[in-house]
Design a protein around this ligand. Structure first.
Ligand code: DAT
Ligand code: MG
Length: 151
């Protein structure tokens, strides 16, 4: 696999519940690298853009209201296979079905308050990163642990 980047966001419920560090820790200890980070309250229009793929779903309006209801921690994580494996760390969309050991499995109960977002593929990762971050907000750097993570 080659280096890739994914967009991860801690939703307002995760922020209010004090789960920012818990979530960052899970990605960090795996060996993925944080290359972008900010906290912001998205506008409703911004939330609609982010979730444009779900605009026909019955929960779209409530979802966009919720995402724009408070601070969101927006992140870009980098690593081999991070898009797909990030989704594994996060767990199934509905926390009732997420496995224990996953972020949603361990930390959430209902689908409308599932605390975290992660890009679902290379195309959405690219689109979401460019929606949430300016290129100059992303930092390319070598972490000294990389030679121990990747060999
Ligand atoms: P995911 O966030 O796992 O990629 P998704 O893209 O299908 O899931 O849906 C986006 C978000 O919408 C999801 O994280 C929570 C919310 N959602 C999904 N299904 C829902 C439902 N049946 N009722 C309420 N909210 C739902
Ligand atoms: Mg999705």
């Amino acid at each position: 696999a080659e280096m890739e980047r994914t967009f991860i966001a801690i939703k307002p419920d995760g922020v209010q519940r004090g789960l920012i560090s818990e979530i960052i820790t899970r990605f960090e200890r795996k060996g993925f690298k944080l290359v972008g980070l900010k906290i912001m309250v998205p506008s409703k229009g911004f939330a609609q853009q982010h979730y444009h793929g779900a605009k026909e779903r019955p929960f779209f309006n409530g979802l966009c209201d919720f995402i724009s209801s408070g601070p969101v921690v927006a992140m870009v994580w980098e690593g081999e296979g991070v898009i797909r494996y990030g989704r594994k760390l996060i767990g199934a969309t509905d926390p009732k079905k997420s496995e224990p050991g996953t972020i949603r499995g361990d930390l959430a109960v209902v689908v409308a308050r599932n605390i975290i977002h992660g890009s679902d593929g290379p195309e959405t990762a690219k689109d979401e990163i460019s929606l949430w971050f300016k290129p100059e907000e992303l930092v390319s750097y070598t972490n000294n642990a990389e030679k121990w993570i990747y060999g």
